[in-house]
Ligand binder design. Sequence first.
Ligand SMILES: CC(C)(COP(=O)(O)OP(=O)(O)OC[C@H]1O[C@@H](n2cnc3c(N)ncnc32)[C@H](O)[C@@H]1OP(=O)(O)O)[C@@H](O)C(=O)NCCC(=O)NCCS
Length: 537
Amino acid sequence: METSEGAGPGVLLATAAAAVAAAALGRSAEELLAEDAPVAEAMGERGGGGGSAQQRRRTAGPASASGTGRKQPRAGGEPCSAAATAESGGPGWAPSRGAGDGADPPDGAPTAADFRCHRLQDSLLSSASGYSNYRGILNWCVVMLVLSNARLFLENLIKYGILVDPIQVISLFLKDPYSWPALCLVLVANVFALAALQIEKRLAVGSLSERSGTVLHTLNLLTILCFPALVVLAVTSITPVGAVFALAVHTVLFLKLFSFRDVNRWCRERKPPRARVASGSQRANGEVAPTGVAYPANLTCRALYYFLFAPTLCYELNFPRSPRIRKRFLLRRLFEMLFFLQLLVGLIQQWMVPTIQNSMKPFRDMDYSRIIERLLKLAVPNHLIWLIFFYWFFHSSLNVIAEVMQFGDREFYRDWWNSESVTYFWQNWNIPVHKWCLRHFYKPMIKRGVGKWTAQTAVFLASAFFHEYLVSVPLKMFRLWAFMGMMAQIPLAWFVGRFLRGNYGNAAVWISLIIGQPIAVLMYVHDYYILNYEGSQ
Ligand SMILES: CC(C)(COP(=O)(O)OP(=O)(O)OC[C@H]1O[C@@H](n2cnc3c(N)ncnc32)[C@H](O)[C@@H]1OP(=O)(O)O)[C@@H](O)C(=O)NCCC(=O)NCCS
């Protein structure tokens, strides 16, 4: 301290800087200050730009190391002012003590190295700098996004006025108030569920052979898909939206009963026939069986309906249950569910519909540049609506159902937004479907010796079929755009996996989502308008 005081403010600062550098190097400030220029040079190398990015961050102090990106006092930074003082001939500068003069400095006297304000270092935006905190840039992106969309929002309001009409939504489900075909179809779905339960009950007691059971289950499952499709195609009073709802319910029922049948069959295959009959919670020797239902005690109406309403497609005898209903959590999700539903309807009415209507003419004229312009214009609201739909369905709605039913497994989605490959996206965006595909389709095929690639293609074929089923039948128009969109995932997955990595792969997944969907939407809507409204255009 004495030395510092004697040498003036420049040396005081130099000593402070040396203390910081010493802390980084694990040595005392005096030791460092006493060193000769070449040694100080070496210190500069170790504490400064010559070291790794991590070393540099450590030298720069804890705030920088924590990645806040703020400018911190540096070992080499403070002497900068001392150097400036020296250049102006101010106090504390000892001109006879240059670097490399060979003479030992008197105790506490500063060396040239103490006045350095430069060091070896990369610019922040160079990848070699190791800097990775772009939080401010992300905020900037969000601000830009909000501002540019605010402009679009205003433009839309000025051009079309307010188009949002919640009451109009009812007409999407009902054409004729005296005819409710979609609701009737949903009610009829109960018959198929009860039929599956009866088949299983008979199989469990052995009054039906496995072969007959398989035939009956297959017939039941085929009817679940064919019957509503035939009704939708035959009945004129059903609306496309009502039809999508009814067919979606039947598709979910198909997947659930497929799983129900598989799991019960696995239970029969595992259990020896005699033990199967003597089931229940009490074993013959009086020992109490582990808690939870055992086969075939699971074959009850109550258990089946719990599964049918639970937010999963994969059957289990004993689902994990949450201990209680969290009222706050439930209210929050319920509020989100209602709010986002309104927002979805509003955005579709105010933003999607006019954009689609304006796209019809370029499509009719086959004006390619205008078609691309319309497609890109539609991509924004379409993508926003898809994202809101994701949150509304997979987070808010499924959590509401799960909370009410105390269904414990809440993994309805994973971090698909970080997908660096198309495969990762399909593994993570819709977990209930992915789980079902793996458990009841993909893995059984792999077990039978089918190749991985063939099995994946088969899963995507099945998925493509259901996508097409849910679009073409309600629109009463078979165009295969959804089917092709789903099948295109296979070559796309190969291309992205083969040629793109990291952020490039992630960008490719986003582009395929942002551009791919509006192409399919425009194709269907265009064909639907041409078929149904061309005269009125
Ligand atoms: C096709 C699909 C099921 C492939 O899934 P995937 O996770 O890429 O498949 P993988 O080959 O990585 O293997 C998955 C599982 O099979 C197992 N497996 C793979 N090959 C195997 C083999 N030869 N032998 C034994 N097991 C094997 C893996 O170990 C893995 O098991 P785990 O889940 O317990 O870890 C998936 O892409 C998918 O779900 N696609 C359709 C999605 C869809 O249509 N969704 C609709 C949303 S609207």
